[in-house]
Design a protein around this ligand. Structure first.
Ligand SMILES: Nc1ncnc2c1ncn2[C@@H]1O[C@H](COP(=O)(O)OP(=O)(O)OP(=O)(O)O)[C@@H](O)[C@H]1O
Length: 241
């Protein structure tokens, strides 16, 4: 186990932990081993970047951390709970409450307004409509979309859609946001605005962030930078980023 990557912080809570994580895709006779024996600990409020060449397994790792796929071996703990020990519905509920997801493409529901999209995770957590409404409005205002509450995704600009996705990811005050190239589809200036906003809101809420990115300039802004290379996760020194 790599001490550098685990970085135990006993005095602070742990948002996310992976132990001995392995993934091999198997389809028919085709087996694609991606990584084996990955350990990672992300403490509360910490921001971590994951770099790596195309095909290194970054999205695969993020999917496993988010409980969207099942590892071939190893365990993922989200807010202290072992994902594999939960039923499908309990895992879904934990994901909704404790994790936020932002992808390269916004994945907002096209039929719903920005406000409804951001309200949805709050409603799914069992909150009543007035509470969800209030919380979603606060978040949409925080991302600068207070004037676009009733717009559907198709009526928003690319940057606005990603800001709505950021609001949706943070609305339940999750322990950790998982971002897969969340600004990868935006022009440089818009990407920078969305990234800064995401970082500021994460800091404000003390939400951890695990960000997969190709952009070393963005990675440098985070607390730690890890690189996935040939199936291993290694922490980079500042002069290597
Ligand atoms: N469903 C699947 N079945 C088989 N192999 C897969 C599957 N999904 C991904 N792979 C393979 O696993 C490897 C890791 O893929 P992954 O998408 O995690 O890489 P990545 O580092 O996120 O790449 P990129 O930066 O290009 O998005 C790749 O070689 C890919 O071809």
């Amino acid at each position: 186990m790599s001490e550098a990557v685990m970085q135990p912080q006993k005095h602070q809570g742990e948002a996310l932990r992976a132990e001995g994580l392995a993934m091999t895709y198997a389809e028919g006779k085709l087996r694609t081993p991606v990584f084996d024996g990955i350990d990672l600990s992300v403490h509360s409020g910490e921001t971590v970047a994951i770099l790596g060449a195309s095909g290194a397994g970054k999205s695969t790792l993020l999917h496993l951390l988010g409980g969207l796929d099942t590892p071939t071996a190893g365990e993922v703990f989200v807010a202290g709970q072992k994902m594999s020990s939960l039923s499908d519905s309990a895992r879904g509920a934990l994901r909704n409450k404790a994790l936020g997801f932002v992808y390269q493409f916004h994945h907002l529901l096209p039929e719903f307004t920005a406000l409804e999209n951001v309200m949805l995770p709050v409603l799914l957590s069992g909150a009543h409509v007035p509470d969800a409404l209030k919380r979603a409005k606060v978040l949409l205002e925080a991302v600068g979309l207070g004037h676009r509450l009733e717009h559907k995704p198709g009526e928003l600009s690319g940057g606005e859609r990603q800001r709505a996705a950021v609001a949706r990811a943070l609305v339940n005050r999750p322990a950790c946001v998982l971002g897969d190239e969340p600004t990868g589809n935006l022009d440089e200036k818009t990407a920078s605005t969305v990234f800064e906003l995401m970082l500021a809101l994460n800091h404000e809420q003390q939400t951890s962030l695990v960000l997969v990115t190709h952009d070393r300039r963005l990675a440098r802004r985070l607390d730690r930078v890890l690189e996935l290379h040939e199936g291993k996760l290694r922490q980079l020194r500042p002069d290597e980023v």
